[in-house]
Design a protein around this ligand. Structure first.
Ligand code: HEM
Length: 559
């Protein structure tokens, strides 16, 4: 990439200013006694290893194995960063400390570029206000209602749910029909699972959460689907040294300079982010207008966006959201809820390929329950009757976390407790870690979810059985909203859509595993891409982005 001389001069000036600021800060750092790895780059420290490891999570597992639950490492210019997977430390930061730990400020402007000032970006009182307005759309009842409306639409529509007009099939059934066509037309065809699942989950999110038809499965040229599919891999996989430098140094500048930089210094990532934001804002504007009109006519729906418009109207001028904040929520929901869920479905299918006995047992359970209940469509109660499905999902969300890191920052001086002490550089045991205001902290979702004390000595093995046996999992500290995993985060920032994601994952698995048998060419090595989220990628074909070629066959009928 060629840089203009102004960009280079600006970069040099910023570098000098930041080096000086960090030099002062480093002298004050209280993390020096914690053990950690050597830097792998003179300027970028250990970041090049952490962000570009062979596979997302692998560096985390090595740190956990060598140092335990708390690690210090150097980021840019020797600035000290804290990495944690200790259950009590994670619990403290994600849950107990509340707003004493905020979203890392180096991530905020970046996510603002894609989603604007939505719930995932704002802080403090604004964040409380956004969550209060959004929560009604994401509660247990609403998640079930909006998704059940969809699930039932493939059969008879329940009287308490709205009809879906001309749409007859839930998206996964529609996708499965297309797969049947492909495998009938071409012997030994492989299906690139993320290509299809990403479109189907976008359609599902549109219909269930927004009452909007993206038509991504029918319309291969759909602009929004093309922009958002594989977005993280396109924008973030394998970052160059320059991208890492920019991502960590620029946010240290005063906000106006950060925004000037983002507006005038060209980058592939920012071009992608800008494109996505523009497209999603167009859809959001249309939706907010439609939903507001429907509300005025007393015809408000039960989808998340309608509930959001309704809750916002009730909140009134003081407690409500401005128009740009409402628009930002739609981009937030698409970014937060689309690829994360699509990837989780893909990883679960891959584990079913790698563990054929698990696949067979799951199919047997699905078919037995469906035969026994004999219902036209799926309901939340159908899933409740499938304990093995629940175990497979929990294990998949544990083993392949949607995000492998959650980045936080101390909003004040704090002391972080540890469940298990770690050995300091002077050989003494460290039981708690004092941090100063502004300290960046990485919570390793990948490593916490593989904690052997919590999940068993075989935590690095995919084993759904652990969720069915009493005493296999020992709760060390309450951490997350679902199955005590850190996958959906925790506390005041926990994922708003986790119930929705679980219902969606359940639906896709039931429909797909009932109908198809899945296998993968053993020669194809699938890696967890490191792109904030973890898209499946093929070793040696990283440049092609998200891929998961599966051998899909019709499953033999039940005896
Ligand atoms: C398997 C799928 C998913 C995973 C693994 C996932 C994971 C996460 C994580 C780790 C966070 C950040 C938690 C933190 O910072 O402490 C988050 C936040 C969020 N997620 Fe999800 N998510 C998923 C699906 C969804 C869905 C389907 C939706 C919406 C329909 C959604 C909406 C959100 C929102 C709005 C936030 C921001 C919450 C806030 O900042 O207050 N997510 N998610």
């Amino acid at each position: 990439m060629a840089f203009s001389s102004t960009t280079i001069q600006l970069a040099v000036a910023i570098t000098i200013a930041v080096v000086f600021a960090l030099y002062v800060r480093r002298r004050r750092s209280v993390l020096a006694g914690l053990a950690g790895p050597e830097s792998s780059h003179p300027i970028l420290g250990f970041l090049t290893t952490l962000l570009r490891g062979s596979e997302a999570g692998e560096v985390d597992f090595a740190l956990q194995n060598k140092y335990g639950g708390a690690v210090r490492f150097d980021s840019i210019f020797g600035m000290q960063q804290l990495w944690l997977c200790d259950p009590k430390a994670v619990q403290y930061i994600a849950q107990t400390a509340g707003y004493k730990f905020i979203r890392a400020s180096d991530r905020k402007e970046d996510s603002r570029l894609t989603v604007g000032d939505g719930v995932a970006t704002v802080e403090g009182d604004d964040h409380r206000r956004h969550r209060r307005i959004m929560l009604p759309g994401f509660g247990a009842k609403e998640s079930r209602t909006s998704l059940c409306a969809l699930l039932l639409s493939q059969g008879k529509t329940g009287k308490s749910y709205r009809t879906r007009g001309s749409r007859q099939k839930f998206n996964v059934v529609q996708m499965a029909d297309k797969w049947v066509q492909i495998i009938q037309d071409e012997e030994n065809a492989t299906i690139d699972a993320p290509f299809w699942i990403s479109r189907a989950t976008l359609d599902a999110l549109g219909e269930a959460a927004l009452d909007y038809q993206f038509n991504a499965l029918d319309d291969m040229s759909n602009e929004l689907a093309r922009a958002f599919s594989g977005l993280f891999a396109k924008a973030r996989l394998n970052p160059s040294n320059w991208s890492i430098f920019e991502e960590y140094v620029v946010p240290l500048l005063p906000l106006t300079l950060v925004r000037t930089w983002n507006a005038y210094v060209p980058s592939k990532k920012r071009a992608i982010q800008h494109h996505c934001k523009t497209i999603s804002e167009d859809v959001a504007r249309q939706l907010v207008q439609e939903k507001s009109a429907a509300l005025l006519a007393d015809k408000g729906g039960h989808d998340i966006m309608s509930l959001l418009v309704k809750a916002n109207a009730s909140a009134g001028a003081k407690g409500g959201m401005a128009e740009d904040e409402m628009l930002a929520q739609l981009s937030t929901i698409i970014i937060a809820g689309h690829e994360t869920t699509a990837n989780s479905i893909c990883w679960t299918l891959l584990e079913l390929c790698r563990n054929p006995d698990v696949q067979t047992r799951l199919r047997n359970e699905i078919r037995a329950v469906r035969r026994e209940r004999n219902e036209p469509g799926l309901t939340a109660a159908t899933f409740d009757a499938m304990p093995y499905l629940s175990a497979v999902m929990k294990e998949s969300l544990r083993y392949h976390t949607g995000l492998y890191h959650i980045a936080k920052e101390a909003a004040q001086d704090e002391v972080i407790p540890l469940l298990r002490p770690v050995v300091g550089t002077d050989g003494k045991m460290i039981h708690e870690i004092p941090v100063q205001k502004g300290q960046n902290v990485i919570l390793s979702v990948a490593a916490y979810n593989r904690d052997k004390d919590v999940f068993g000595q075989d935590a690095h093995t995919f084993n759904p059985e652990r969720w069915l046996e009493d005493g296999y999992i020992t709760k060390q500290a309450f951490v997350g909203v679902y199955a005590n995993l850190l996958t959906f985060g925790g506390g005041h920032r926990a994922c708003l859509g986790w119930r929705f994601a679980i219902l969606e994952l359940s639906t896709f698995l039931v429909e797909l595993v009932d109908k198809f048998e899945f296998a993968i060419d053993p020669e194809v090595k699938i890696l967890r891409g490191a792109a904030i989220i973890m898209p499946p990628i093929i070793e040696g074909e990283e440049a092609k982005g998200t891929q998961l070629p599966l051998r899909v066959r019709l499953a033999p009928p039940m005896d």
